[in-house]
Design a protein around this ligand. Structure first.
Ligand SMILES: Cc1cc2nc3c(=O)[nH]c(=O)nc-3n(C[C@H](O)[C@H](O)[C@H](O)COP(=O)(O)OP(=O)(O)OC[C@H]3O[C@@H](n4cnc5c(N)ncnc54)[C@H](O)[C@@H]3O)c2cc1C
Length: 474
């Protein structure tokens, strides 16, 4: 084991090249690179990295298999716990989860767990060796609302346990944020589709264009299913509440990214769904969503993309890597600045964003330094497009059309520690229950709830009184 060896960094397309297209920016490891990186793992007896994984992958075991060239065994080990490995290998914030806990992180650079997971998943897909589906005997029927990572995980785990699962998705394509939110250059859609195909091959059926709360209610689902899992996410965008947000040329990041990714606007004119975007764009916010919107705007032809954020680079909530890549690609950071008004012309089109500069004052109760407005700090960005990326909440449709749910202060669905809602037989996980979080945490929620549903149905199979638990459908 070469403990002090340098971490192997995967190749990345040059900024100059990548801004001209939507192809994936980060390349995967070659076999040689993967084996070299896998050999850096210390194979700890009590591995702290595994404790940092919300879906509980046996990380040292799969890394050891890669080190020995046993790639099929490696991907099978990962798939014991993770049904979306090619997705997670690309978008999980490993630096704050498994890799943060790696012993090598304390001495320098942690093992590149995410890149190794991606390597194993890509190897399986590229060599056409996708493992065979589990046979399902449909002992009970489960309905799953939404098809993002929480729902896909719950559905796949339940199918593996032998249940008959139907996913109901509002949009015309399954995948949730993986399909409509995260751009192609970070997460190619053919990879998401292939991982969803694997889940379908486990026996999961997916009904798209079905809005639960309108096409069917949760109560109706409960009549024909033994349990319901809700993974409807947090896709309702917040606005800034400033004058001018109604003008032509103002988008929420949610709409902007959906039109580019799901509606294929980035492929215009070969796809007939253009997205009107000017040459000068302001993106408000500094999370992953804001970085995705800014980098998408550059690829769609904007010449100046300003990212407006009221604190400093240090406090930006996006992943460091995404911030660096946005800057390399030419995104101009307007830090310590906040928008006050969107300015329109006489035809109702955006012609500017009026902003105010700030200084950082003393830390507030959260420990973060509070922005204080600067005297004579007003300025105007001459932009024709404004994209608002300041967070999202839960769409109330499913929750308000169902009786018996307890809803938390932010509009989130209250669940207990295993994902049971206050309505017997209905479980939930992912962003609808936690608020906007990460792909892997949403998957962890789906996994936990799948196990709890299984426990309810096992009790029923054994003839026990299930209603008494308060969690299970009587
Ligand atoms: C642009 C963007 C970039 C991100 N980047 C990252 C990243 O790099 N790494 C990371 O870990 N996380 C990232 N996240 C966060 C992550 O994607 C989410 O935390 C995760 O997708 C939540 O999964 P979920 O299953 O709870 O919901 P979602 O992925 O939101 O899926 C919910 C699904 O439910 C469907 N639905 C909603 N209401 C209904 C209804 N009434 N009936 C039927 N279906 C319904 C929706 O159409 C959607 O398909 C990003 C988020 C965004 C928006």
């Amino acid at each position: 084991m070469a403990v002090d060896s340098q971490r192997v960094e995967p190749r990345t397309l040059d900024a100059e090249d990548r801004v001209g297209h939507f192809r994936e920016v980060q390349r995967g490891y070659t076999e040689e690179e993967a084996v070299a990186e896998a050999n850096r793992c210390l194979q700890c007896k009590r591995p702290p990295c595994a404790a940092g994984c919300p879906v509980g992958i046996n990380i040292p075991a799969f890394i050891d298999m890669i080190a020995r060239g046993l790639y099929r065994e490696a991907i099978e080990k990962i798939k014991e716990k993770n049904n979306l490995p090619a997705v997670c290998g690309r978008v999980c914030p490993q630096e704050v989860q498994c890799e943060k806990k790696c012993i090598l992180a304390k001495r320098g650079e942690p093992v590149a767990i995410g890149n190794l997971e991606r390597f194993a998943a890509d190897w399986e897909r590229e060599t056409g060796s996708m493992s065979l589906p589990y046979p399902g005997d449909c002992r009970f029927n489960i309905a799953v609302v939404g098809s993002g990572p929480s729902s896909l995980t719950a559905a796949a785990d339940l199918a593996k346990m032998g249940y008959c699962v139907t996913i109901y998705e509002a949009l015309h394509e399954p995948g949730g944020v993986l399909i409509y939110g995260i751009p192609e250059f970070r997460l190619p859609k053919n990879i998401v589709r292939q991982e969803i195909d694997y889940i379908k091959r486990l026996g999961v059926s997916i009904k798209t264009n079905t809005v639960i709360g309108k096409t069917k209610t949760v109560d109706e689902l409960l009549e024909s299913h033994d349990a319901v899992f809700i993974g409807s996410g947090a896709g309702l965008p917040y606005f800034l509440g400033i004058p001018g947000e109604h003008l032509n040329g103002v988008y929420t990041a949610n709409e902007f990214l959906t039109r580019s990714n799901l509606m294929g606007a980035h492929e215009f004119p070969s796809v007939d769904t253009p997205l009107g975007i000017g040459k000068n764009v302001a993106v408000v916010g500094a999370g992953n969503v804001a970085m995705d919107a800014a980098r998408t705007a550059i690829r769609l032809g904007a010449e100046n993309v300003h990212l407006v954020y009221r604190r400093t680079r240090e406090e930006m909530p996006a992943r460091r890597d995404e911030i660096d890549k946005a800057q390399e690609e030419g995104v101009q950071f307007q830090l310590l600045s906040s928008p006050e008004k969107v300015i329109g012309d006489d035809k109702g089109n955006v012609m500017g964003l009026s902003c105010q500069r700030y200084d950082l004052g003393e830390p507030d109760h959260t420990g973060r330094r509070k922005p204080i407005s600067r005297e004579h700090g007003e300025f105007c960005l001459p932009v024709d497009t404004v994209i608002i990326a300041v967070g999202q909440g839960v769409n109330p449709l499913v929750l308000e059309s169902t009786e018996g749910f307890e809803i938390g202060p932010g509009g989130y669905l209250i669940t207990d520690e295993v994902g049971a809602t206050t309505r017997p037989g209905v479980f939930a996980g992912g962003d609808v229950a936690t608020g906007t979080d990460t792909v892997i945490k949403a998957m962890g929620g789906g996994k936990k709830a799948a196990l709890a549903i299984h426990e309810c149905l096992e009790m029923r199979r054994k003839g026990k009184r299930v209603g008494a638990s308060g969690r299970c459908k009587a």
